[in-house]
Write a protein that binds this ligand. Structure first.
Ligand SMILES: *Cc1c(COP(=O)(O)O)cnc(C)c1O
Length: 396
């Protein structure tokens, strides 16, 4: 027995659509921001340093440098890695375009290696195959919040004298072999966009253990000037020099106060995400039509995204139809990601379809179900109900 799908005019499971991701802001966050608004610094004041120190402490890195977005964090990391014209950077096709774009910003060439099907992460083997004598760095992604093989990739980078850049926009709070994401790579980039684990509106962070890299990152976000306004005000000096061409990628005190306050709640939020994942896993583990995501051994997954794959051979319809039917039920499913080099900008640069067959095949089957720390048990039950309803109608 199956009830009529909303896409066919039936009653949707939810009237108010459930987003695939969203932020949570509480009164403590609002008070933290209001405090900054009543103070002397709206940007580059004490709240920046406080947020950076707390963030570095949380991920076990020596330095954290706050910037205006996750994309700015990746750009800063690629610049600090010394990427320039003629340099190749091995990266993943299964990510948001910013991971590869940061290489283009610096005049370098992204080289896409294929991913492992189950995790959608790069593997040391696929990276190794993509290396040439022009490779200067690897820019890996912890897809959906699951760390890649960080020890083996770290060793590979060390052996080949490559800079290891890690796009950890999904992976704040994840660990690999008990060591937090944020202290494996030379440079780790995070995002504090509202869809991610903690929110500052727009925002990003780079962590590193290397003091020289940290200095370059700080100057890069401030036009290539090595002393910021806050430091000059404290020292009473007016003189500064612009040493290289940087940008204004600063993150405001307003945003950093929000980020600090959000960070205090990270552990509880990670636990909440794991609970929802367990609820989903219980419902989906014996479902023929759907492969739930799997957690590989040796890691604590940060569960930014809950990416499932459909098994097309069990269904009368394709992924697009399942996606539309779930959306009609009020479940704001998504797809992460269109292979980066399929985008017209990359096609115009000469990248062609077929480059990474595993990533392309997984992409065709993917559906991201809602997962965020403010979701209730009832929200997750609605998702499960909608998935059951849609597969009941479309089962072969
Ligand atoms: C969100 C995201 C980014 C970009 O972060 P912004 O803060 O939106 O600029 C980069 N890489 C990945 C994998 C992301 O998910």
């Amino acid at each position: 027995m199956s009830s009529r799908l909303a896409i066919d005019g039936g009653t949707p499971v939810r009237d108010r659509p459930l987003p695939y991701a969203r932020h949570v802001v509480d009164e403590a966050d609002i008070l933290a921001v209001a405090d900054v608004l009543r103070g002397d610094w709206l940007t580059t004041g004490p709240a920046v340093a406080d947020f950076e120190k707390a963030f570095a402490g949380r991920v076990g890195a020596k330095w954290a440098i706050a910037v205006s977005s996750g994309t700015a964090a990746l750009h800063a990391a690629a610049f600090a890695a010394g990427i320039g014209p003629g340099d190749e950077v091995v990266t993943s096709p299964m990510t948001f375009a910013a991971t590869a774009n940061c290489v283009l910003y610096c005049g370098g060439k992204p080289v896409f290696a294929d991913v492992q099907g189950s995790s959608c992460n790069l593997t040391p083997d696929s990276i190794e195959k993509a290396l040439t004598d022009k490779t200067k760095a690897v820019a890996i992604v912890d897809y959906a919040g699951q760390p890649a093989d960080l020890d083996a990739i770290h060793d590979l980078a060390a052996k080949r004298n490559l800079v290891m850049i890690e796009d950890a926009a999904h992976a704040l709070g994840a660990t690999y072999k008990q060591r937090p994401v944020g202290r494996w790579a030379h440079l780790t980039a995070f995002s504090t966009h509202p869809a991610k684990h903690i929110a500052t509106g727009e925002g990003g962070m780079v962590t590193t253990d290397d003091e020289k890299l940290a200095e370059t990152l700080r100057a890069f976000r401030n036009h290539g000037i090595r002393h910021d306004a806050h430091a000059r005000a404290r020292s009473g000096a007016w003189f500064y020099t612009m040493d290289f061409l940087g940008y204004n990628y600063r993150l405001s005190d307003i945003a950093c106060a929000l980020g600090w306050s959000q960070l205090q709640k990270l552990d509880g939020w990670l636990a909440r995400r794991r609970e929802i994942v367990a609820q989903y896993a219980g419902a989906f583990s014996r479902m023929e039509e759907l492969e739930p995501p799997i957690q590989r051994p040796g890691r604590e997954h940060a569960w930014h995204l809950y990416v499932t794959r459909i098994r097309p051979e069990t269904l009368k319809v394709d992924r697009t139809q399942v996606f539309r039917a779930l959306r009609a039920e009020g479940i704001q499913v998504n797809v992460h990601y269109i292979p980066v080099y399929w985008h017209p900008h990359y096609q115009a640069l000469g990248y062609t379809h077929g480059l990474c067959p595993v990533a392309e095949a997984e992409y065709e089957r993917m559906i991201t179900l809602p997962l965020w720390h403010g979701m209730t048990r009832k929200d997750a039950d609605d998702v499960i109900e909608a998935v059951n309803k849609v597969f009941d109608a479309y089962r072969r």
